[in-house]
Each structure stands twice: as C-alpha cells, then as structure tokens.
Ligand binder design. Structure first.
Ligand SMILES: [Zn+2]
Length: 494
C-alpha cells in the first residue's frame, strides 16, 4: 500500500481517498479538482480559490516560471506558495505540454525536477512525452520508451518530501496504456497522471477516453492515485470518477470564461444564448445573463470564471456524496443523457463491467434501473456469478410472479429482470432490492435470461420451469433448451 494515499469509500471503480502531501503539510480529499493557475494571468486569485471555493490543491507550470527571469528569481527567492499566495498543495507541471506543442524545450527531467524542488513545489513532474491519439503504434511505443526513461531519471533526483508524478502515456492503444501503467506503478514515484487525453475530450471521444483510462487502470495498482490530466469539464467528472480517476485539473474554467462560455453539468453554453441561468452560485444569484453581458471584458471574464469554478466544485461534491450513498452509477447514467458522446462514454465504461466489478462494493444503498444500460452494470454480473454458485433443488420453478402451474416443485425462486432468478431468501440483499420500472425492456429480459442460463449450467441434474412475463424472443433464445418455459398469467399473479 502506498502510504500517502488511503482509500475511504468506493462505488464502481470510483473512490473517496485521502492524498497526503507531506511537503505542503496537507491532506487532500479525492476526487479533487485542481484549478490551473497561469503564473502570468490570475483570473481568480489563488487565496480566494481556497477560501471561497474550497480548493485544497492547485496546479501551475514550472516551465513558464523557469522561462521568465523575473518569475524565476521571485519563485527561488520567496517560494512558490508565497509567489502564488496559496497555502494548500501545489502541483507543478514540467513543460511537457510545451514540448508537445513546439517540439523542443530546453530543460531535462533532472533540471526541471530540481527546479520544482527548489521553488517549493509539493508534487513535481518529469518531462514526459504526451503522445497524441491515433499516431502509428511504432511512434507510441518509441515515445513511451522515452517517457519511461524520464521516470527513471526522476527516481534518481533527490526530491526530498516532494511527491513526483509518473505520467502514463501510450496514445489510444489500451494495451500500451496498461503496460505503461504497470511500469509506472513499479517505480518509486507517487501520483499517476493519465496523459494526452485532452484531444479526445475536445473532440467528444469519451468512449476512447474511457478505454484509455481503463487500460491505464489495469496496469496501475488499486492504491495508485490517478490524475486525468487536462480534464476540466464538469459534465464528464462523474464518468471519469466511476472509471477510477481521482484528480482533475481545470484550465477550462478560465479559458472558457475568456471566450464567454458558461459551463454546466450538461455541457457548455455561450453567454449570448442564455436567457436564464440554471445555477444559483454567488455569481448567478447576483446577476442575470443580461446584466452579466453589460460588464466590461475583464470583469465579465472573472465572473464567468467564478461561475465555472462553482459549477465544477459543486459537481465534485455531488460525486463524493453519490459515492457515499452508493449511487454513483445512477449519477453517471443521468449525466450520460446530456450528450450522445457521453452516452458512448458510459456504454464504453460498461464494456469494462468485469473490471469495475472487482472494485465495486458488494453492498450499497440502492440500485435504480434507469435505462437499458443499467442491465450491463457490474452488479448484474456479480449477481450472475453469485447465483451460479448456489446448489438448486431437483425441481425448481423460476417465476416472475405467478403461482406454480399445477405441478409440485421442491423450490420456487423469484425472477427479477435484469438479474434473473434467485432464491427468495436473497430478496432483501443488495442488489436484489433494486427499484425497477414496471415496463421492463428487452435488455433487462436478456440479462435475466443469462441468469437463468447460469443457474441451469451450475445445476445440470436439476430441472427448471421458467414462468416469464412477456419476454421477447431475443431473451427466450438465451434460455437453455432443458428449461421448460411458461408465461405468467396476469390473473394468476400473487
Ligand atoms: Zn452560477
């Protein structure tokens, strides 16, 4: 176990954790949002980020500081915390972004880590190579090898109590991300940014983003704090947390504000298109859209940035509460309804249900069946595995509600889509206490049929009768041949 990161609570692969940052003397509760501070432009003062928005950690760029003589001297002289006027934890980036953007930078990993240490950074970063999506595999492999050399250099630098990032690259090749994750996890380094996903998010490729994160997570240990580098839009925080991300950074709050863009958990609006604010933060309570448009550029940008921060921090708090309440996937499911690309992201997450299932708590507060995607949730998989281990009597009725039709049975099991059959004694255990709609859908019946198949396969010497309530053919086709099928008569229901 990494002793600077402790897991407190979990839901799906999401978790509430405590990241101890020894050099800052603070413990950051995750999931956490790190506002990005450009050392040259302070849209919102860092001291206010802490006192008014609750930011415990922020991120700034040591490369920019190092490249500007005046900033460099002041940072070396008074230290980063005084330079920025922030007493929480400060993460510093290394210039990798500039390297990707301009092809060359004039510092090495050893130099920039030493500099980050000297100015008092709490979490430093080596110079990795953020390989963009869709490059040829050979390029992704070559650049990953360079990133891994940078991690080895970083291990050699004496950074004292400063934590050090170990970026995980590998472009859009999930197997390379997994290998990179495993390699990074094997180093002595501390925090694990999944890098170069910004182009995926900018083009709404949330499904690819999830595949990349899932790859990295397979390689990383469960106790590794994961930073989704460059992810700053609140609409995707819940999805990324459910995939196992712990840290986010937002430059978006300021960049969007400069462009008159107003963030919501359902997407982004242009200020000129808004007639009513769907928000009651301090900014939106004090001003209507017309009023906000009247401010001069600088004031309007600051107010929009503040709203963008409020909505982002509120979403992080909502996610933490959802983890505590055990309904994170319900939140992800509702966020997935805000944009088709988000729905793709959620469907991609469910492709990794087996991986989620390994971390998902066995018992939670509630399971709400909210859409056909709910049929693919990890809890359904787990139920199928569990029910496949139960010994059945020799003649068993599996029924969605009807009475036994004449024959005597040794046992009667309930059938609830999407879970399928289970002994009545399990009725009050999670997730079988689920709230499901009266009007069930095809996917739920198909998943229930798979449950029937599991039970039948596990008990080859038993005979089963399934009494179903109007299942479609696509579900009945999944019921094994040896199982007798009847329909539940509506007048026979209990
Ligand atoms: Zn607002």
């Amino acid at each position: 176990m990494r002793d600077h990161f402790e897991l407190r609570d979990g839901d799906a692969a999401g978790r509430i954790g405590e990241l101890t940052v020894p050099r800052a003397g603070v413990t950051v509760e995750t999931p956490a949002l790190m506002p990005v501070i450009n050392p040259n432009i302070r849209t919102v003062a860092p001291a206010r980020l802490r006192s008014e928005f609750g930011a415990e950690i922020l991120i700034t760029n040591s490369y920019i500081i190092n490249s500007n003589e005046d900033l460099r001297e002041r940072a070396l002289d008074v230290g980063l915390h005084e330079l920025l006027d922030f007493d929480g934890a400060i993460v510093t980036d290394s210039g990798s972004f500039q390297l990707a953007e301009y092809g060359d930078i004039d510092v090495t990993t050893r130099e920039i880590l030493q500099f980050q240490h000297d100015i008092g950074s709490d979490v430093g970063t080596p110079v990795d190579i953020p390989t963009p999506p869709d490059v040829p595999r050979e390029q992704a492999e070559r650049e990953l090898a360079t990133t891994e050399e940078a991690l080895a250099d970083a291990e050699d630098v004496d950074t004292g109590e400063m934590l050090v990032n170990a970026p995980v690259q590998g472009s859009t090749y999930p197997d390379l991300r997994e290998e990179a994750g495993r390699h990074a996890d094997g180093t002595e380094l501390d925090v694990f940014p999944v890098g170069a996903v910004v182009p995926l998010m900018n083009s709404y490729r949330y499904a690819d983003m999830i595949d990349v994160v899932a790859g990295a997570k397979r390689g990383l240990g469960r106790d590794a704090p994961v930073h989704l580098f460059g992810a700053g839009h609140p609409m995707m925080f819940a999805l990324a947390v459910a995939a196992g991300c712990d840290l986010f950074d937002s430059a978006a709050y300021a960049i969007y504000a400069r462009d008159d863009r107003y963030m919501t958990v359902r997407g982004t609006e242009h200020l000129e298109d808004i007639e009513y604010f769907p928000c009651s933060c301090a900014v939106c309570s004090a001003h209507g859209p017309d009023e906000l448009r009247e401010f001069d550029d600088e004031e309007r940008e600051r107010l929009l940035a503040e709203h963008n921060l409020h909505v982002s921090f509120a979403e992080i708090r909502r996610i933490k509460q959802a983890i505590r309440s055990g309904n994170l996937l319900e939140l992800v499911e509702s966020r997935a309804r805000s944009h088709p690309a988000m729905l793709d992201g959620y469907r991609a997450l469910l492709d990794h249900a087996d991986q989620l299932e390994r971390e998902d708590p066995v018992s939670k507060g509630s399971f709400f069946y909210l859409s056909n995607e709910s049929a693919r949730r990890p809890e359904v998989r787990r139920h199928h595995e569990r029910v496949g281990r139960i010994d059945a009597d020799s003649r068993v009725l599996l029924t969605q509600g009807g009475k036994p039709s004449g024959d005597a049975f040794d046992a009667v099991w309930r059938v609830v889509p999407p879970f399928g059959p289970f002994p009545r004694a399990l009725s009050e255990t999670y997730p079988l206490t689920a709230e499901v709609p009266e009007r069930t859908d095809r996917e739920a019946c198909e998943a229930a049929a798979e449950g029937v198949a599991r039970v039948a396969a596990a008990n080859p010497d038993s005979s089963f009768v399934l009494a179903h309530d109007g299942w479609p053919d696509s579900a009945l086709e999944r019921v094994p041949e040896g199982v007798e099928i009847e329909t539940v008569g509506s007048d026979e229901r209990e």
